[in-house]
Ligand binder design. Sequence first.
Ligand code: HMG
Ligand code: MG
Length: 298
Amino acid sequence: DVPAEVTIWEVGPRDGLQNESGIVPLDVKLEFLERLAVAGLPVVETTSFVHPEWVPQLADAVELFGELRRADGVRYPVLVPNSRGLDRALESGVDDIAIFASATETFTRRNLNRGLDEQFVMFDPVVRHAVAEGLNVRGYVSMVFGDPWEGPVAVDQVVSVGQRLLDMGCSQISLGDTIGVATPGHVETVIRAFVAAGVPLHRLAVHFHDTYGQALGNTYAALRLGVSTVDASAGGLGGCPYAGSATGNLATEDLVWMLEGLGIRHGVDLRSLADTSVWMAEHLGKPSPSAVVKALAR
Ligand code: HMG
Ligand code: MG
């Protein structure tokens, strides 16, 4: 059985644009955000309050938030790694944040300049402060299904990292296939392991990159188990600058097409979304990799 309704967590402006070689102008980002809200996306991950030299593509986070006109009923979460990032986010009036952990030692070092255990020392005061300020806090777990340096990742290790984020105060954790190597059976194993550890399904989200073309199949496996929050990026933009082999996320259009077919409510206007991705692709100077965007643009 699949859920009657799915919350699509749009990550294009953050996961998508963090990985572009060029820096997208502020007014284009603002129009992108506005168009995504108009298309009906309920959650639009907007940017990251990380070190500007680590991710220059999103160095304009404060200005972006200053000019963003938030649509009613739409959530605009941002990535925050540490207290400095939280201070900048709070000054910008953010009310939804996501911390981002890794299930592997190597990626934690490369992405956060910290060891696996040290990442929690960095996150702990962030989550406590954010929750005290009334913010919602999501936790990402990266490298859940494989790591380019370490290879396979033990399911126990993934569950333990996820559980620590939930215990810390995250309302939901998003299971990230950062490099897109997962397959549906593996997805099932990991989700069942969280359920066996007592984690309710509404506290889990899935975040698939489409490097090996498995993102939609993986999503279906997660839906069949009852997961009802799915991350995706408009047009399939995305990747991680600190995980070289990563390509774009599951395209939101591909997800919406499948949800339509399954009769699952999602609230998104596919045509308006696909037009937005075509418009964005023109700005980026390269076509969207999404099969659904290509089919609709014909
Ligand atoms: P660090 O160099 O260890 O930082 O970087 P630090 O704590 O030693 O501080 C050094 C200086 O940076 C200090 O300045 C800080 O104030 C400043 P100084 O006192 O020397 O003048 N600083 C900051 N400035 C602005 N904003 C901040 C900030 N933090 C420190 N937030 C740090 C550690 C975590 C900051 C760095 O490693 C970083 O920014 N990493 C972010 C990497 C990133 O954004 N990766 C992509 C997102 S993860 C992803 O895409 C995966 C995901 O999609 C899920 C999936 O696919 O699996 C989520
Ligand atoms: Mg990602």
